[in-house]
Design a binder for this molecule. Structure first.
Ligand SMILES: [Fe+2]
Ligand SMILES: [Fe+2]
Length: 161
């Protein structure tokens, strides 16, 4: 086995969290679609797919290094949200938490001199910078538009292409 038990366990936990994030973003997409903010919803549907992709990367890596894949129970996402701003705030908080977890796994891989895991995790370090920047930017745009002019956010996203 080319991965320690401790790192293997952390990777399995991360698979659960990425799948949770996927469901959470899917739930948010449905909420946004009903507002209706279709472009913002589309962004969250895409985000949901990406999070599932992240989970798959961990699964594949564990298989490649002869680790053990144990998909954990995934808790239910938050059922509803009080505002669009709350959705984005919640997403930014979540991404911050994930960044901390990725960094903690990287620290573990460095401590264990697991160079392959470091290489693998580096992709997530970069990805998290992008994820946090996206949510932070979106939060600023939603706040600037205000709860009554959210349609401007759609125009903003349309302009972004
Ligand atoms: Fe992710
Ligand atoms: Fe993410």
């Amino acid at each position: 086995m080319l991965i320690s038990k401790k790192l293997n366990a952390a990777f399995n936990d991360e698979i659960g969290l990425e799948l949770f994030a996927s469901n959470q973003y899917l739930n948010m997409a449905a909420y946004l679609e009903r507002v209706p903010l279709k472009k913002l919803a589309a962004m969250f549907y895409k985000q949901a797919d990406e999070e599932r992709g992240h989970a798959l990367k961990f699964v594949k890596y564990l298989c490649d290094v002869g680790g053990t894949v144990v998909i954990p129970a995934v808790k239910a996402p938050t059922p509803t949200f009080k505002s669009v701003e709350a959705v984005i705030e919640n997403s930014l908080e979540w991404e911050t938490e994930v960044t901390n977890r990725i960094n903690a796994m990287m620290a573990m891989a460095i401590e264990q001199k697991d160079y392959a895991a470091q290489d693998f995790l580096r992709w997530f370090v970069t990805e998290q910078v992008e994820e946090m920047a996206t949510m932070d930017n979106l939060l600023k745009v939603v706040k600037a538009a205000g709860e009554h002019s959210l349609i401007m956010v759609e125009a903003y996203l349309a302009h972004q292409g």
